[in-house]
Ligand binder design. Structure first.
Ligand SMILES: NC(=O)c1ccc[n+]([C@@H]2O[C@H](COP(=O)([O-])OP(=O)(O)OC[C@H]3O[C@@H](n4cnc5c(N)ncnc54)[C@H](OP(=O)(O)O)[C@@H]3O)[C@@H](O)[C@H]2O)c1
Length: 244
């Protein structure tokens, strides 16, 4: 499969699994990162060792519109084409109403909503040439709010609508779909759950376990190949949303 995929926030965690998995299928991967330069370098070296010039890394702070645009032009300069854009990068932290700031609003809205919109805009001319697709990493909390995370939940709800709106606007040349993960990787730092909170979450999940980044990879893989599917958001949550 001679495809080029750009994955935002791909140095670590779910994004890195997507990069490895799609590369293993023969795709050229562009690994976008912001702070995780070392992890991006290690991943890109690993992939290039397996197949020279099959992985590239590009730095961008997606809060900045100019850097969003450069991310697409640099991708094209390096690879000459773009088949798949995966909007995976995201900032995630609590913003209780009493203490939330405008800076929090701008940060969470930019990475989770504004950047996917403007990256889609900049990429659309190239994706159209390849009859390509866009896949947005959303969240089951786009539909049912996560308590104390209102700005994040609002941004992901917007990303849900962005997925539907652009699927309509960009057809028939570009397909646009989303994946709404449930509990896949434990959140880090201020978002981490206590053992008790985690056990409650698992009890309230039909499949009684967390998922893994490979579960997201399988859904991405399907959506890349699903030529007659657009405007869909697939929950990959082990049935967690049935209990919310
Ligand atoms: N993990 C889960 O269980 C889960 C559940 C629901 C939804 N999701 C969604 O699935 C996707 C992947 O999840 P994840 O947990 O792997 O993500 P993550 O680790 O929270 O974030 C992925 C990357 O986003 C990048 N990023 C954040 N703000 C950025 C900015 N302003 N500019 C550029 N890059 C920025 C960071 O890159 P650097 O490290 O390079 O700075 C980070 O490594 C996200 O969209 C998330 O909302 C995940």
């Amino acid at each position: 499969m001679n495809k080029v995929v750009l994955i935002t926030g791909a140095a670590r965690r779910i994004g890195a699994t997507l990069a490895r998995g799609l590369h293993a299928q023969g795709m050229t991967v562009v690994i976008h990162y912001r702070h995780s330069k070392q992890a991006a370098q290690t991943l890109s070296d690993e992939l290039n060792q397996a197949c020279p010039r099959s992985a590239f890394m590009i730095n961008a702070d997606l809060r900045d519109l100019n850097q969003c645009n450069s991310l697409i032009t640099e991708t094209i300069a390096l690879t000459g084409q773009l088949n798949v854009l995966i909007n995976n990068a995201s900032s995630f932290y609590p913003t209780p109403l009493e203490t939330a700031t405008e800076e929090n609003w701008n940060d969470l809205m930019s990475s989770n909503l504004k950047a996917p919109f403007f990256l889609s805009q900049a990429a659309s001319v190239y994706l159209k040439k390849e009859q390509g697709c866009i896949i947005n990493l959303i969240d089951i909390h786009a539909e049912k709010p996560l308590k104390n995370y209102s700005i994040y939940s609002i941004a992901k709800a917007g990303l849900n609508m962005l997925t539907l709106s652009l699927a309509r606007e960009l057809g028939p040349n570009i397909r646009v779909n989303g994946i709404a993960p449930g509990s896949i990787l434990p959140p880090e730092k201020e978002n981490s759950l206590s053992e008790e909170e985690y056990q409650t979450l698992i009890r309230r999940t039909a499949l009684k376990r967390s998922g893994s980044p490979d579960d997201i990879l399988k859904a991405v893989d399907y959506l890349i190949r699903a030529d007659y599917v657009t405007g869909q958001v697939m929950a990959v949550d082990g049935g967690r949303s049935l209990f919310m």
